[in-house]
Design a protein around this ligand. Structure first.
Ligand code: DC
Length: 205
């Protein structure tokens, strides 16, 4: 079984994906981390974020078994990830690895921006998770504050809107719901309600 979950930054799709994977005993891949890992290596090596050939080489070496969410959570890394994610050849090598992950038994939950449309168009279930920009900015700010990082909600809101714009207007694999995706707007839901709804959608198929 493959469950595809897409949505904008801080929509809650990551938490939902982890919870669904655990509920249905599936493997989980946060595909954003694959872009973040490539971006982090590029920043560390001092390679230009404009150099597609170099970025593709770095992306081809990303180890999917060693993706460290905490180490890759920095805002600058998310920004750089969004920039290299517009490059078709970077996407090609990462999508290849993501598809291999999805096809390995017993199946998987993948979350990202293009899972239902490009990576796993034949997924058994597709969810598109959204929340209003205001709610997403508040959640991200609370998350950062509770981990001891001082965060300004207005600045985070502006960043999220800019990143959504870049992710949904790029020409290769833009963020958009697959035609057969179930839409889940979590603006007025807590995570438990969102998980219950998502489990209900999967169980009803
Ligand atoms: O979900 P995230 O914030 O960790 O993702 C970081 C960036 O990676 C995001 O701004 C766009 C890119 N990304 C993508 O283009 N396709 C995916 N499937 C996942 C992430």
């Amino acid at each position: 079984m493959i469950i595809a979950i897409d949505g904008p930054a801080a929509s809650g799709k990551g938490t939902l994906a982890r919870r669904l994977a655990s509920h249905f005993s599936l493997r989980h891949l946060d595909t954003g981390l694959t872009y973040r890992a490539a971006a982090a290596a590029i920043l560390k090596q001092g390679v230009s974020l404009e150099d597609e050939a170099a970025a593709t080489d770095v992306a081809s070496k990303v180890d999917f078994a060693a993706l460290d969410r905490a180490a890759l959570s920095l805002h600058e890394i998310g920004e750089a990830a969004s920039k290299i994610a517009v490059m078709p050849s970077v996407r090609r090598v990462l999508v290849e690895g993501q598809r291999r992950f999805a096809k390995t038994s017993p199946g998987a939950v993948l979350d990202g921006r293009d899972i239902g449309t490009i990576v796993c168009p034949d997924a058994d279930v597709k969810l598109y998770v959204t929340a209003s920009p205001q709610v997403r900015a508040r959640r991200r700010t609370d998350e950062l504050n509770s981990s001891g990082i001082t965060a300004d909600r207005d600045a985070i809101h502006a960043d999220l809107v800019r990143r959504d714009e870049r992710d949904s207007t790029r020409s290769d694999s833009p963020l958009r719901p697959a035609d057969d995706a179930h839409l889940l707007d979590t603006s007025k839901m807590d995570i438990e309600t969102a998980v219950r709804k998502a489990v209900g959608i999967v169980d009803s198929l």
